[in-house]
Design a protein around this ligand. Structure first.
Ligand code: HEM
Length: 239
């Protein structure tokens, strides 16, 4: 990623600098609690928001839901619930979650960077001290990379696709990238697998899939404008 070469990943907000300074000296119990609460809040919001967007996209696309449930139930067989080891074989599930992350970068502008060295990006001069926002949300929907159908949820587009590190960056990049990217993806995959294994999901009161509102709000974290409301129906195995 071009930006990585020029932009300092150590500095973000003043609040965060205070936290880093506190770590460098000695953390008091209260500072440690505050730091942990910050990490936990960030971790929970991003992960649950990603799950909600993934479920929304699956429900909106019945073809995807059917294919996904066939894969999950084939891989798991008849059990009380999905086990973590089952998920390794679910190739379509991994594409579904990745495609949801492409379309819904929950942290749309990542952490703010501060430029440490004069550089040019896209013909623009960026001077030292400039605060830079990276539009991860826009990168995941760039038609130059993802074609005219960029805004359409289509997990198959990612099949056998060799991605450059900068073509979708829902977990950021460089030294300040999300340290939990791998585990967070696994948590989302595992939860979605369990939810779609045990239940068939319906929209409330005869609403049609295409009517599901996908409007987004927020700037730090992008969430659904209207809460997702679904009806779980226990799956009938019929055998
Ligand atoms: C799907 C879920 C998640 C998403 C989409 C996500 C996304 C991100 C993004 C975009 C950043 C900023 C990266 C950058 O600016 O380059 C970040 C930072 C961070 N994330 Fe996550 N995250 C997720 C889950 C988690 C979880 C579960 C944890 C902890 C258990 C976590 C801990 C952190 C921490 C500590 C940072 C700050 C890293 C730093 O400042 O150096 N994240 N995350």
């Amino acid at each position: 990623m071009v930006l990585d070469e020029h932009i300092d990943h150590t500095g973000t907000s003043d609040h965060e600098k205070d936290m880093v300074d506190a770590c460098r000296s000695q953390l008091t119990t209260n500072e440690m609690k505050a730091l942990l609460m910050n990490v936990l809040n960030g971790a929970i919001d991003t992960t649950t928001t990603t799950m909600v967007w993934t479920m929304s996209e699956i429900i909106k696309n019945p073809r995807v839901m059917q294919k996904l449930q066939e894969e999950i139930r084939r891989c798991v067989g008849r059990k009380s619930r999905v086990e973590e080891s089952d998920v390794a074989n679910m190739t379509y599930l991994k594409l579904v979650v990745k495609e949801a992350l492409r379309l819904h970068s929950t942290v749309p502008f990542l952490l703010t960077r501060e430029c440490v060295k004069h550089c040019q990006i896209g013909g623009y001069d960026i001077f030292p001290g400039t605060r830079v926002l990276i539009n991860a949300w826009g990168i995941g929907r760039d038609p130059k990379v993802w074609t005219e159908s960029a805004s359409i949820f289509n997990p198959e587009r990612l099949e056998n696709l060799e991605l450059d590190r900068s073509e979708m960056i829902p977990f950021g990049g460089g030294r300040r990238a999300c340290p939990a990217a791998s585990v967070a993806t696994q948590i989302v995959e595992y939860t979605i697998a369990n939810l779609f294994y045990s239940f068939d999901w319906q929209l409330p009161s005869g609403m049609k899939n295409e009517e599901l509102d996908m409007e987004e709000v927020g700037s730090l974290i992008v969430v659904r404008k209207t809460p997702l409301s679904l009806v779980p129906v226990k799956h009938d195995w019929q055998d």
